[in-house]
Design a protein around this ligand. Structure first.
Ligand code: SF4
Length: 387
């Protein structure tokens, strides 16, 4: 049983024999993928307020210092991103700001929003209006919150990080593995295409890595909603001195992810944090969201690579590079799926994975709709600038 699971009546378990089998997997046991994909996004840190204080995190700001983007700022960033050919508005914040963030709550109230999640809904609408598909990472959510937010999101996500109870999740208010697994389960129950992942090097053991990957697999087998699993190494920063895991560690854990997960679930490494070219032969098939117009606000000291560098990673693996939407092709409506891509099984209790507002955005006859459909079909404008 994982720490914190009792509080959520969590029914996720992994078998000891599966853990042992996965712990024996190495890079030689998996195949290189036949392609590498990425999504072009604009990164929108809606607020830097977070109720937690994870020791490796430089994203959150303390009460009194946390930022909150206005609707006008959200619209401007979306417009710049759409003009630059992005398809995804990546909305991030930590976890629901608690009562200490009085300024954030007062500002939201002045703008007419009861909560940060109400505001996120509006921000997603703005993104759709400006021609982008929202992909929100708003920390832990309940099923009711997913039920509301799914109506304006193309896909959503939260990092599991680890099923271990590590000291890095420190302080009086600390997130628990049970809470994160409950969020992933809630997303599945609400039929939300979902991104999750593990964070390597925050004090977890090899066994914890295996258990984390198998817990994600168990939830995907139940709901069919996990589209990709990020294998992310911790990086040193001004708040922590966790060493970056070495290459051998990352090669082994990426191979374990590939072996643990069903073929349809992508294994992603972030190319601004990981030695991606040296991991391609361990089963990586996705490089995640990369922004031509904004920083990685989670890891601001680590710049995004440009498209030419992504192509170099793909070349290192001898595979082609392809642009994708934030939502993986199997969850898209029939008219948007490339030939040869089978649809995902039906979501739990829903008619479709993709909500009407997002379907309409993709189907629109404007320049944005045409761009989204081209990327969805796999013939997007993968333009590598030569100047
Ligand atoms: S890692 Fe996430 S939950 Fe932890 S402090 Fe940072 S933003 Fe908050």
């Amino acid at each position: 049983m994982f720490a914190g699971a009792d509080a959520y009546d969590l029914d996720v378990a992994v078998a000891e024999r599966d853990v042992e089998r996965l712990l024996s997997v190495g890079p030689d046991d998996v195949d290189t993928a036949d392609r590498l994909t990425f999504a072009r996004n604009v990164f929108i840190p809606l607020t830097t307020a977070c109720r937690y204080t994870c020791t490796y995190c430089t994203y959150y700001d303390v009460p009194g210092e946390a930022s909150l983007l206005s609707p006008e700022e959200v619209r401007e960033r979306c417009r710049v991103g759409a003009d630059a050919g992005c398809t995804e508005a990546l909305f991030t914040f930590g976890d629901e700001p608690d009562a200490r963030y009085t300024a954030v709550h007062e500002t939201l109230a002045e703008w007419g929003f009861e909560s940060i999640h109400d505001y996120l809904y509006r921000a997603c609408e703005i993104a759709l209006e400006e021609g982008l598909l929202p992909h929100s990472n708003p920390g832990d959510l309940t099923e009711a919150q997913f039920a509301a937010l799914r109506e304006v999101n193309a896909s959503m996500g939260v990092m599991l990080e680890t099923t271990a109870d590590v000291d890095a999740h420190s302080g009086g208010r600390r997130k628990t593995p049970g809470q994160r697994l409950n969020t992933i389960r809630a997303a599945g129950r609400q039929g939300v295409p979902f991104t999750t992942g593990i964070l390597v090097g925050i004090g977890e053991e090899w066994r914890d890595r295996a258990e984390s990957l198998l817990a994600i697999r168990a939830l995907h087998e139940r709901h069919g909603h996990v589209q990709e699993v990020i294998v992310q190494n911790v990086v040193p920063n001004e708040r922590s001195d966790f060493p970056k895991p070495d290459l051998a560690t990352m090669r082994r854990v990426v191979a374990m992810a590939r072996a643990a997960l069903p073929e349809e679930v992508s294994v992603q490494v972030p190319p601004n944090l990981s030695p991606a070219a040296e991991l391609v032969d361990c089963g990586v098939d996705d490089l995640g969201g990369v922004s031509p117009v904004t920083d990685d606000y989670i890891n601001p000291a680590y710049e995004w690579p440009d498209l030419r560098e992504l192509e170099a990673v793909a070349d290192a693996g001898g595979v082609p590079l392809r642009e994708r939407l934030p939502t993986y092709a199997r969850y898209l409506p029939d008219e948007c799926r490339p030939a040869g891509v089978a649809p995902a099984r039906d979501p739990d209790g829903r008619e479709a994975w993709i909500p009407a507002a997002v379907r309409e955005r993709i189907a629109d006859g404007d320049v944005h709709g045409r761009r989204l459909r081209a990327v969805a079909r796999g013939d997007g404008p993968l333009a590598v600038r030569s100047d």
